[in-house]
Design a protein around this ligand. Structure first.
Ligand code: FES
Ligand SMILES: [Fe+2]
Length: 380
């Protein structure tokens, strides 16, 4: 399914091709170490992956280390503010230049092992004490660059191709009006969770479970939860089914993401959490909830087949009272904990080798289908 310019019956976005005959993935795809290693190479080392958020990157002149797809990376913000990424490995004898999560700053990056010095552009400035190795030229010993790109507050890296260009497409642009950059960091968490990364991505990409796993969310029959996809982005949103008389209600009930007027959603008044939400799954590892008063984001780094590091961030719009802030934080915390619990339970079945041999709900699980199709394409 893709967003296009042709007229669409907005009540009946067609089922994505193949979903009616689709089946769930085998348990081994969530638990087998050999499969996971193959998948990690193809997915997390095969293209663009979210590596973090810009506001947590160091100030100009400093650097930090992140592991993406199992590859240690050094992420540098040079003194002009440009963010660069390199393999986090010294070109002498492979010492990491920075420990995972640690930061450094200064005019040169010094290897902790034998003190070779690198510039922020990755070039080797000095190899003190190296003597006269035949054919050695500092110009040949720069850090190996990795493609890096920013979209809004997010940083993406691509270890497969240093010249790659990030293209998120029109659905990412459909949230241009959301004032993400002015929201205030409120929660920052990093946890290792006992499930394969796809379990959380699938869970995030459907709303089928919401009335049952999250009974506190008001899922009255006044809304549905359509989805469209284009390229690596799946976009789901809360759509009102009973349009009121005013223009905002018309927008909330009839438009597709990115159509003229869509931007007004991000200034809509909200009376409750998950009232006016945009939900973006950015293949393969980023999940973003956008509301007029908050942004919730998660991204993942697989640790092994059955363990995933989940980074979770929340940002709140400025000007909210402490009471409002606490209510928003608590509501999302409850939902997050419920999602984690069901994902851990599902993983127990996968780890026991119990195949569901299931089908996908043709409307409600088009996002799960999106995840499976992207995975199959990456593995092909
Ligand atoms: S490993 Fe970095 S200077 Fe030796
Ligand atoms: Fe959920």
């Amino acid at each position: 399914m893709s967003l296009n310019n042709s007229p669409v019956d907005l009540r009946h976005i067609p089922d994505p091709p193949g979903i009616a005959t689709a089946r769930t993935l085998p348990a081994a795809w969530y638990a087998d170490p050999a499969f996971h290693e193959h998948e990690r190479r193809r997915v997390f080392r095969g293209g663009w992956v979210c590596a973090g958020v810009t506001d947590e990157l160091p100030a100009p002149g400093s650097w930090t280390a992140r592991t993406v797809g199992g590859v240690p990376l050094l992420i540098v913000r040079d003194r002009d503010g440009i963010v660069r990424a390199f393999q986090n490995v010294c070109r002498h004898r492979a010492a990491p230049l920075c420990d995972e999560g640690a930061t450094g700053s200064g005019s040169l990056i010094r290897c902790p092992y034998h003190a070779w010095l690198y510039r922020h552009d990755g070039s080797l400035a000095k190899a003190q004490g190296v003597g006269h190795p035949v054919g050695f030229d500092v110009a040949d010993y720069s850090l190996k660059p990795v493609a890096i790109a920013q979209w809004r507050r997010f940083v993406f890296t691509n270890v497969a191709d240093p010249d790659a260009t990030l293209e998120l497409g029109p659905l990412a642009a459909a949230v241009d009006a959301c004032p993400i950059e002015s929201m205030e960091p409120t929660i920052s968490e990093s946890n290792e969770r006992a499930f394969n990364w796809k379990v959380l991505l699938e869970n995030y990409s459907e709303n089928y479970h919401t009335p049952f796993v999250h009974p506190e969310i008001d899922t009255s029959s006044s809304e549905d939860y359509p989805m469209v996809s284009s390229g690596p982005v799946l976009y789901a949103w809360d759509r009102h089914l009973r349009p009121g008389a005013d223009d905002d209600e018309r927008i909330r009930s009839t438009l597709l993401p990115g159509e003229p007027g869509w931007e007004r959603l991000f200034a809509a008044g909200t009376e409750r959490p998950y009232d006016v939400g945009s939900y973006l799954t950015v293949w393969p590892n980023l999940m973003v909830n956008l509301f007029p008063d908050a942004m919730l984001a998660m991204w993942m780094e697989p640790v092994d087949a059955v363990t995933t590091r989940v980074e979770r961030r929340m940002y709140l719009a400025p000007g909210r009272s402490d009471t409002q802030r606490a209510a928003i934080v608590d509501a999302h915390r409850l939902v997050h904990d419920q999602d984690i619990d069901i994902c851990v339970a599902v993983q127990r079945s996968h780890s026991a080798g119990l195949d569901a041999d299931g089908v996908l709900a043709t409307f409600e699980e088009r996002g799960v289908h999106f995840v499976h199709e992207r995975l199959r394409a990456a593995l092909a």
